[in-house]
Write a new protein. Structure first.
Length: 610
């Protein structure tokens, strides 16, 4: 058993809660712009003083309309300014926030509202409202449904309604509500995406989230407080705020007074990055893969010369980053790198707004190749690791001293140990208190000495840097008795430009195989590059010889990372994509193995037919 601990950089004071952040900002720097809000297509600053005024106005409305201390309030919305406002307003009123993905099904919404006992729900659109209303009979405690966007009955939206309702609530009442809070008070109940079974509600306290956010900000000080050319830090959120990853960054950014913006639609993220111009961003590996793959395909589609330039630039970026990590970059490589910075890397950074020099990546392994590429291109990626139950990060690569291929050392205040069977176990003040209404599930995830069992497999190097090697429950055991971690092969295949998602199969089978889906967004560029009709349907391409040849080469490349017994022997390309809406993928982009195995039972059987 191996263990590594890092001392905390921040301790949660007695009596502290998350509302302290907003009040402290308004007291220390009331005129400082802590958020950016897009109004009529133009970014407008929101000062610390203005944000506190809006938070307290909405909180008064919540109190006036019957939301009590400890009551649960659901928020079902895309990432937007109002999410941040409502988060702190519910805290200010002494309530508990229950996030719901706006892509959730009626069954999921009904379960979360009923299980949490939510007394109120904020929805973003009429469609969200209709969905909540359709399951209202199953949510016995739900008294209010407020729509953020304007509706016919509330012309100016729910926030104006609440502000008007709370005008007679005295400041002393809010102060009393805040007085009910402390580090042990429940701040939020976040329901896990649920790759299997019903989602479980992870109970996170004010202390959990303060400890996590404030230690992360202190550890990544240069990102959150600025440096060099960018003394005024800022970030643009485009990941779902219903996910704990985006949620803790929004708390951390406001705590650090790093200007925070929101992007509701990832389809507009390039445009929004260009106008907001953040200094750092957070994302998931799939987004970085798509950025790299689309840039590569675009360069190749514009002609052989540009394709060769991009390939050479990518190789140079990786070599430069590897040399930089080793501590010495040869003069010739530095020179070559400077040339490609003008030709290629600068354009990539410009697409991110021109000021972005760093990113935080989480949710899944990014891989050393992409980490080195982006670092070499001037975007330093701090890859981290965590779970909803750990609020979320327990390890993160430091800026600017990362080790590619790892998720970094323990976050300050965290202990990581590797159990005898390779499972990662965690102890720290950010670890959740348990699952809501589920004591049995809570007992199952803690060891006798109080460590949280993550279910992930990993290893610690001599410097305490953690590497993730797989998921304990996802280990496949072939008929020959070979243990295979699917993530090793899936991560490498998913990095291919044509591949959207992969699921490796083979449990109790004679060999390993794979189900592969194609990336519909990448296919038109690939088809154009090969002189093909860009509108060729996905169903037709799934059996196309040229496509199959590309996937076969990707499989052969992925197989180089494993032994022969672990290698993929056969694969099938499916004629459809797996989606959140289709129920095969969680909102945090993890595949639901049991769902896919059931839906693709016929294809899997064919892979193993004699």
């Amino acid at each position: 058993m191996r263990e590594f601990s890092v001392a905390p950089l921040y301790e949660v004071p007695a009596g502290a809660d998350l509302t302290d952040i907003v009040h402290r900002n308004a007291g220390e720097a009331p005129a400082k712009a802590v958020l950016g809000r897009k109004v009529d297509g133009v970014w407008r600053d929101v000062t610390a003083g203005e944000f506190l005024d809006e938070v307290t106005a909405v909180a008064r409305g919540l109190v006036a309309l019957g939301v009590g201390a400890g009551d649960r309030v659901a928020i079902m919305s895309r990432t937007r300014y109002e999410w941040s406002l409502l988060d702190f307003a519910v805290f200010e009123a002494g309530g508990v926030v229950v996030p719901i993905y706006e892509t959730s099904s009626a069954e999921q919404v009904a379960w979360i509202l009923a299980d949490s006992g939510a007394v109120a729900a904020f929805t973003e659109t009429a469609q969200n409202t209709a969905l909540v209303e359709s399951v209202r009979a199953q949510a016995a405690d739900l008294k209010h449904v407020w729509q953020i966007d304007s509706s016919t009955d509330i012309p100016s939206g729910a926030l104006a309604l609440l502000a008007a309702a709370g005008t007679d609530v005295p400041a002393a009442t809010l102060a009393q509500r805040r007085g009910t809070l402390g580090p042990d008070s429940v701040a939020t109940i976040i329901y896990t995406s649920g790759t299997t079974g019903r989602p479980k509600g992870c109970v996170l306290s004010h202390g959990n989230m303060l400890f996590e956010a404030c230690n992360a900000v202190a550890f990544l000080d240069k990102l959150f407080h600025g440096e060099g050319e960018h003394p005024e830090p800022s970030t643009l959120l485009f990941l779902p705020m219903a996910h704990v990853f985006a949620r803790i960054i929004h708390i951390g950014a406001i705590h650090a007074q790093a200007k925070l913006g929101h992007c509701s639609d990832v389809k507009n993220v390039v445009e929004e990055l260009g106008s907001f111009k953040p200094t750092f961003i957070l994302s998931v590996p799939r987004v970085f893969e798509k950025v790299y793959n689309s840039a590569s395909l675009k360069a190749h589609s514009e002609g052989t010369g540009k394709g060769k330039i991009f390939d050479a630039a990518a190789q140079t970026a990786i070599a430069w980053s590897e040399a930089h990590e080793a501590g010495k970059v040869p003069f010739a490589l530095n020179l070559k790198h400077a040339v490609f910075d003008r030709l290629v890397y600068g354009k990539l950074r410009a697409a991110l707004g021109g000021r972005t020099t760093a990113a935080i990546s989480g949710g899944a392994p990014l891989g050393a190749r992409l980490t080195h590429f982006f670092r070499g291109a001037g975007l330093f990626v701090c890859e981290g690791y965590g779970l909803t139950e750990t609020a979320p990060a327990v390890a993160v690569n430091p800026y600017p001293n990362a080790k590619a291929g790892t998720v970094g050392p323990p976050l300050p205040g965290t202990t990581i140990r590797i159990a005898e069977d390779g499972e990662i176990e965690i102890k720290g003040e950010q670890v959740f208190r348990g699952y809501w209404n589920n004591e049995e599930a809570t007992r199952e995830v803690f060891t006798a000495d109080g460590y949280f069992k993550t279910g992930d497999l990993g290893r610690l190097d001599d410097d305490g840097y953690l590497s993730i090697t797989g998921r304990k429950k996802e280990i496949l055991v072939t008929a020959g008795g070979k243990n295979v971690a699917p993530a090793v092969l899936e991560d490498r295949l998913n990095a291919h430009p044509l591949i959207s998602q992969t699921m490796v199969v083979g449990d109790k089978q004679p060999f390993i195989a794979a189900l592969v889906t194609l990336d519909a967004e990448a296919l038109p560029d690939w088809l154009g590059l090969h002189g093909r009709d860009k509108d060729t349907p996905l169903e037709q391409l799934a059996g196309d010889p040229a496509v199959l040849q590309e996937i076969e080469e990707a499989v052969a490349s992925a197989n180089q990372a494993v032994s022969k017994a672990e290698s993929i022997r056969k694969f099938v390309v499916l004629p459809t994509e797996w989606t959140i809406e289709g129920g095969q993928i969680t909102p945090s982009m993890k595949i639901k193995r049991n769902v896919i195995a059931h839906e693709c039972a016929g294809e899997i059987d064919k892979l193993y037919a004699k």
